[in-house]
Ligand binder design. Structure first.
Ligand code: 3SL
Length: 238
């Protein structure tokens, strides 16, 4: 397995895709997607465009769908939900399809949706993602951070490092595809016992704290907490 880390969709090679793309948006899209699926959502369908989300979701029965929209951290008016994993209770999401559009995470999913395999990873389901990769042993793996509007996000780099670290603990012949893998692993080593503190320092964590999302940060900082594998079934649908 050859492992690459890319910090944003813009930094990925333009004419290439991996065997397996692991999309990361710890704060909060991939944490929310994992939580919704774990709570029994029928599927999660991701859109970078809100207009497209509205168009496709309108073809579904209202009682079988939930619209989740986030821009700049806040809920989009007219949607049922924003992008808080804490809202994804089994009572609300069970049996429903979550149509979701977020500022960065769903854009990252779209960038790699033509890859052979696409997974959505966060700290909460890191162990399940790593077990899958160890079992399937894809030849190339991209750990793709969503970043923030084209820029680097510390929390996604730390999560990429957490995945790389656990993979390398279990398999010694992982090939390092780029220097970002080494750097992400070092970042994770630095922060692994203080993930919530890291969220409080990083720019998107601060943005969310400004929106009173302290409980969201606590939830997203939990590691290896859910045994759920969000895997793409068809482009955009996990
Ligand atoms: O950018 C995104 O995709 C979101 O996860 C951002 S937020 O955490 O909902 O603000």
């Amino acid at each position: 397995m050859k492992l690459f880390v890319y910090h944003t969709p813009e930094l990925t090679p333009t004419h290439d895709l991996p065997d397996c793309a692991v999309v990361i948006d710890v704060l909060r899209a991939t944490t929310t997607i994992s939580t919704a699926l774990n709570a029994g959502a029928e599927a999660v369908q991701a859109f970078s465009s809100l207009e497209q989300l509205l168009e496709v979701s309108s073809t579904w029965l209202p009682e079988k769908r939930l619209l989740a929209g986030e821009r700049g951290g806040a809920k989009v008016e007219g949607c049922d939900l924003g992008n808080s994993p804490l809202d994804c209770s089994p009572e609300l999401v069970q049996g429903k399809r979550l149509f979701i559009s977020t500022t960065n995470g769903t854009r990252a999913l779209q960038r790699v949706e033509q890859s052979h395999t696409v997974l959505a990873a966060a700290l909460i389901n890191r162990k399940t993602i790593v077990s899958y990769l160890l079992e399937k042993n894809p030849s190339t793996v991209w750990l793709l951070g969503s970043g923030w509007q084209g820029g680097y996000s510390l929390e996604d780099a730390v999560c990429a490092g957490a995945i790389a670290d656990l993979l390398m603990q279990h398999q010694d012949n992982i090939e390092i595809g780029n220097d970002e893998v080494i750097a992400a692993r070092a970042l994770y080593t630095q922060w692994q016992n203080n993930l919530l503190e890291m969220f409080h320092k990083c720019s998107h964590g601060q943005r969310l704290l400004g929106l009173n999302c302290h409980e969201d940060l606590k939830y997203c900082a939990q590691t290896d907490f859910l045994d759920i594998l969000p895997i793409q079934k068809e482009p955009g649908v996990l």
